[in-house]
Design a protein around this ligand. Structure first.
Ligand code: PLP
Length: 422
């Protein structure tokens, strides 16, 4: 790639073709400068929920920009942040009582980890171990990389990453091994928190596990006085069929991280919600017990206004019905691959469908990934397989015909691949 000063994320510049310039966004589409309309079948890295440029959210952004820019978020506050916190507490699993703002999924998780360790520290019974699930992904900062799966993504930084306890992913039939491993970690009495993506591990390969496992993990954590941190950065805002994935396990985490769909995907914002107990552990006339975390753009008022408008969309529009319709569309389309030997592990959780293309060498660096991506780009589809794992996570406005087009392209790509022509 030439003629750009930009260093792009997750991009090998020596291999990638030139970036395609997007002139505008619209519903389920990114529209290129040359007019080509790309179906955004992965919601622009999983952020766009209702569709690009939802009028209610864009209207709120326009109007907030008439009144606010950034406002320091200590000593001073503003209406959008206060109303949003109230709104979030109103729809989050019961028991979450306080909201800490930041600006990305990674920072939401960093905040969660600091809250958990801070809780034990300020309570005078320090615990420092964090337990995580195999194949997890929680972001790209040093702290969140420490908690994520180790591999090619973070090998260069390995000496800086802190050690965590890992429980195996609950593969079908081996769920008990996960629970036993967690029980064993907790038995040390040192585990401050279990950090998990509820029901679905996204970047780790769209791997889902039953709600009953999440419920059992929560029970074990409770029994040992450890906290459960639900990283709902990807799963939140309807992706798994319910507003938050935790609802399906009927659990309330002690800490919940949300970002991506919080503003409908329009602006960067994140929130870490916690229980009253965690907040109150930091409440003291001793200033050393202050929660020492901030970032310059904490609770940006325009982003908060966008999130408030998103809440309004959820309240006023039939979002649940749209999600149900998308779940059914995915089911109908995915059915075409039932028993197809070109794929393995065909799965769907809520609005997300995933299938592994059968290749000799799988994994994230599988050569299948870039070749499939290029093929889909030719077909005007934004689909970015995770190695040989092809998944579709479209915005809720996607139509049956649009989805069908994506599935036809997947079918065609698999055929070409099997014939050695891709
Ligand atoms: N946690 C999960 C579960 C994610 O899927 C992601 C990003 O995909 C993150 C955290 C990090 O979010 P961000 O990229 O906004 O930092």
């Amino acid at each position: 790639m030439k003629n750009s000063a930009v260093w792009y994320p997750f991009t090998q510049h020596a291999l990638e073709p030139a970036m395609r310039r997007i002139a505008r966004t619209e519903g389920a589409y990114l529209v290129e400068e040359n007019g080509a309309r790309m179906l955004d079948a992965i919601s622009s890295w999983w952020v766009i929920t209702h569709g690009h440029r939802h009028p209610v959210i864009m209207g709120a952004i326009r109007s907030a920009a008439e009144t606010y820019d950034q406002i320091i978020f200590a000593e001073y506050t503003h209406a959008p942040a206060e109303a949003l916190a109230e709104g979030l507490i109103g729809i989050a699993p019961p028991g979450l009582a306080h909201v800490f703002y930041s600006d990305s999924g990674s920072t939401a998780v960093e905040v969660a980890l600091k809250m958990a360790l801070g809780f034990f520290h300020t309570s005078g019974r320090p615990r420092h171990r964090v337990c995580v699930m195999e194949h997890g992904y929680h972001g790209d900062t040093i702290g969140t990389m420490s908690t994520g799966e180790r591999g090619v993504f973070n090998a260069a930084y390995a000496p800086l990453l802190f050690s965590v306890d890992r429980v195996p992913f609950p593969e079908p039939g081996r769920e008990q091994a996960t629970l036993d491993a967690f029980e064993e970690c907790c038995a040390t009495g040192e585990v401050a928190a279990l950090l998990v993506e509820p029901l679905l591990l996204g970047a780790g390969g769209m791997k889902s596990y039953p709600a009953s496992v999440l419920r059992d993990l929560k029970r074990i954590a409770e029994r040992h006085g450890a906290l459960l941190i639900a990283d709902e950065v990807m799963t939140g805002w309807g992706r798994t069929g319910t507003l938050f994935a935790c609802e399906q396990a009927d659990i309330s985490p002690d800490i919940l991280c949300t970002s991506k769909g919080l503003t409908g995907g329009a602006l960067p914002l994140a929130a870490t919600l916690c229980t009253r107990e965690i907040f109150e552990a930091h409440l003291s006339t001793d200033r050393r017990k202050t929660f020492f975390h901030s970032s310059s753009y904490t609770a940006n008022p325009i982003a908060c206004a966008a999130a408030l408008a998103n809440l309004e969309v959820w309240r006023q529009e039939p979002v649940g019905t749209r999600i149900e319709a998308l779940v059914e569309r995915q089911q109908r389309q995915l059915a075409r691959f039932a028993g197809d030997p070109r794929f393995s592990d065909i799965r769907q959780i809520g609005t997300i469908a995933a299938l592994d293309l059968s290749v000799p060498a799988g994994g994230y660096l599988s050569e299948a990934g870039p070749r499939l991506r290029a093929f889909f780009r030719e077909r005007r589809l934004l689909i970015r397989p995770l190695g040989n794992v092809i998944y579709l996570m479209p915005p809720y406005c996607v139509t049956e015909d649009e989805l069908k087009r994506a599935y036809e392209a997947i079918d065609e790509a698999a055929g070409l691949f099997a014939a050695g022509r891709l």
